[in-house]
Write a protein that binds this ligand. Structure first.
Ligand SMILES: C[S@@+](CC[C@H](N)C(=O)[O-])C[C@H]1O[C@@H](n2cnc3c(N)ncnc32)[C@H](O)[C@@H]1O
Length: 201
């Protein structure tokens, strides 16, 4: 497995990334009443910027990511914590049906098969489990001009159909942030971030 984040991991926790994760958590907190007995699973958790903010409100959290380098940074932050599980690998490698809350910030566009991933999430979640995902709305490819990725953001209507087919009912799907990102030409591109909240039927 190629670690596309190996060269970024040690510098990931910059103010811009921290602010982006805070915005996601702020929006998530408006949408979800987190319960203290919940076990969460974060997809593409990276260095833990999102999940570590929610951890004090949860019973426990699984931090999943395909980048060992990003997880190594996370490991330095969680040593001694007994309610943290780190999974280096794909979502499909987690098979216990005990997850009450799925979260993911800016990782879905890196996952090749979203339908298969959502079908798998259905098998590892408890009845009524909540899913909250943030990612980019469809963009022209300029956001990741420097590397190939599976998805140039998402057509959220199509994404909603995939969620429904996998057995999740969408409750909220809206734009909550605009990322202003400098391009090699020097121009600034605006990229809409959506937040999606669904629950398991
Ligand atoms: C843009 S970063 C976001 C990291 C973190 N969620 C945050 O908000 O700081 C995308 C993350 O997705 C991870 N990733 C890439 N492909 C993945 C896959 N197939 N399954 C899970 N995570 C993946 C990357 O290793 C990286 O840590």
């Amino acid at each position: 497995m190629i670690d596309h984040f190996a060269h970024k991991a040690n510098d990931w926790d910059q103010p811009e990334k921290i602010r982006m994760s805070e915005k996601f958590v702020e929006e998530l907190m408006k949408l979800v009443d987190i319960e203290p007995q919940w076990k969460a699973f974060e997809i593409g958790a990276g260095t833990g910027l999102v999940g570590l903010k929610l951890l004090p409100m949860l019973k426990s959290c699984v931090f999943e990511d395909t980048s060992e380098a990003m997880l190594d940074v996370l490991r330095t932050k969680v040593s001694g914590l007994s309610n943290v599980e780190i999974l280096h690998g794909e979502v499909s490698e987690y098979t216990r049906p005990d997850i009450d809350l799925i979260i993911s910030n800016m990782a879905f566009h890196h996952i090749p098969d979203i339908a298969a991933t959502l079908h798998h999430l259905h098998t590892i979640t408890t009845s009524g489990a909540v899913v909250v995902v943030s990612d980019l709305r469809a963009e022209d490819g300029s956001f990741h001009y420097f590397e190939p990725i599976p998805h140039r953001g998402f057509d959220t209507e199509n994404l909603a159909v995939i969620f429904r087919k996998a057995g999740f009912l969408i409750e909220v799907l809206k734009t909550y942030n605009i990322i202003h990102k400098k391009q090699p030409s020097g121009t600034i591109g605006d990229y809409e971030q959506f937040i999606l909240k669904a629950h398991k039927l």
